[in-house]
Design a protein around this ligand. Structure first.
Ligand SMILES: Cc1cc2nc3c(=O)[nH]c(=O)nc-3n(C[C@H](O)[C@H](O)[C@H](O)COP(=O)(O)O)c2cc1C
Length: 314
């Protein structure tokens, strides 16, 4: 028995698992590995020029004949050019995080691109559905990176009740049991970030991977509350210092200095001065392995959990 999902049928996937776009991390090479493994790889365009995106798309195309997508950064100064690259390359799926996706939807929809906004609350999901989104990713505050307020468990059922399109669950999923739980709630699939950070094909420095493997449940911290940049990352000298400065008025310039290129520093292995974005589920992640092995493990566990769910009755 295997898991049925509308995502697999509509997007041509083997598994209903998205490897979420992650800034400065999910390159064409990593996205191709995720798609070859049976899920959907997403190239992240955050921090990239249009020329960079074109290069990453070309790399992915040489490495896979499976579908892959692009995660659009709507505030990018080159968003128009990046959109053009998506259309020219007939990218079948785009996801988009922060920002209002509606102005960009008509061009994408006209070209047959499946648009999947990542949303933090019901209103955003309804707006996306009304504008023609194929699906939404309901992303809970447990996630690594930029986050909203709602937890995955509270968000997902409310989004499912509010919209008539497929909903993926994201935030706090790093094993097949939680994936099965999301499917039981009605999710069409899952989007995962933090777990894929420790994958062999993930291009971050080993020191960053090791920080996730060493982390326990309470090792993440959220900074930027009350601003448009609410970020969850591992506690380290940089994030703790930032949080400390947030309590002191008049320290914005110092905070900006600390945050400058902090994600890039993390990717390169500066585990003291970098911003090690990662989710609350880091404490469960104790091993890496190839993306294919990780996806197969998730599917095996999810299928076994679903097959065994009947024993809870009677
Ligand atoms: C290091 C990191 C960087 C991320 N960058 C982005 C991004 O640029 N755009 C985006 O839409 N989501 C981004 N995300 C969110 C992921 O795509 C995904 O939705 C999220 O990680 C799921 O939660 P999890 O970390 O608990 O698996 C990022 C997540 C992480 C951990």
């Amino acid at each position: 028995m295997s898991i049925n999902s509308v995502l697999c049928r509509d997007l041509g996937l083997q598994y209903p698992i998205f490897q979420g776009g992650m800034a400065y991390i999910t390159t064409g090479k990593m996205a191709a590995a995720s798609s070859n493994a049976g899920g959907l790889g997403l190239i992240c365009s955050s921090g990239l020029t249009a020329a960079d995106v074109a290069r990453e798309v070309a790399v992915a195309k040489t490495l896979t004949d499976k579908p892959f997508g692009v995660n659009l950064m709507l505030q990018s100064p080159e968003i128009e050019k990046i959109m053009q690259i998506v259309l020219e390359n007939k990218i079948p799926v785009v996801t988009m995080g922060a920002g209002d996706p509606t102005p960009f939807m008509p061009a994408l929809l006209n070209a047959g691109v499946k648009v999947i906004p990542v949303i933090p609350h019901v209103k955003a999901a309804q707006k996306a559905a009304k504008a023609g989104a194929y699906a939404v990713v309901a992303e809970g505050t447990e996630s690594g990176g930029h986050i909203g307020e709602m937890t995955t468990l509270a968000l997902l059922p409310q989004v499912l009740a509010a919209v008539d399109i497929p909903v993926l669950a994201a935030g706090g999923i790093a094993d097949g049991k939680s994936m099965a739980a999301m499917l039981l709630l009605g999710a069409a699939g899952v989007q995962i970030g933090t777990l894929f950070l420790v994958a062999d094909e993930c291009p971050i420095a080993d020191a960053y991977k090791q920080s996730i493997i060493n982390a326990i449940d309470t090792d993440t911290i959220v900074t930027g509350r009350g601003t448009p940049h609410v970020v969850r990352a591992l506690k380290n000298p940089m994030s703790l210092k930032y949080a400390e400065l947030e309590k002191q008025p008049g320290t914005q310039a110092e905070r900006d200095r600390l945050a400058d290129k902090a994600s890039v520093k993390a990717v390169r292995g500066d585990v003291e001065g970098g911003c090690l974005m990662a989710g609350q589920i880091s404490g469960l992640i104790k091993q890496g392995g190839s993306i294919a092995a990780i996806m197969q493990r998730l599917m095996r566990e999810a299928e076994a959990t679903l097959a065994g769910a009947g024993r809870l009755l009677g």
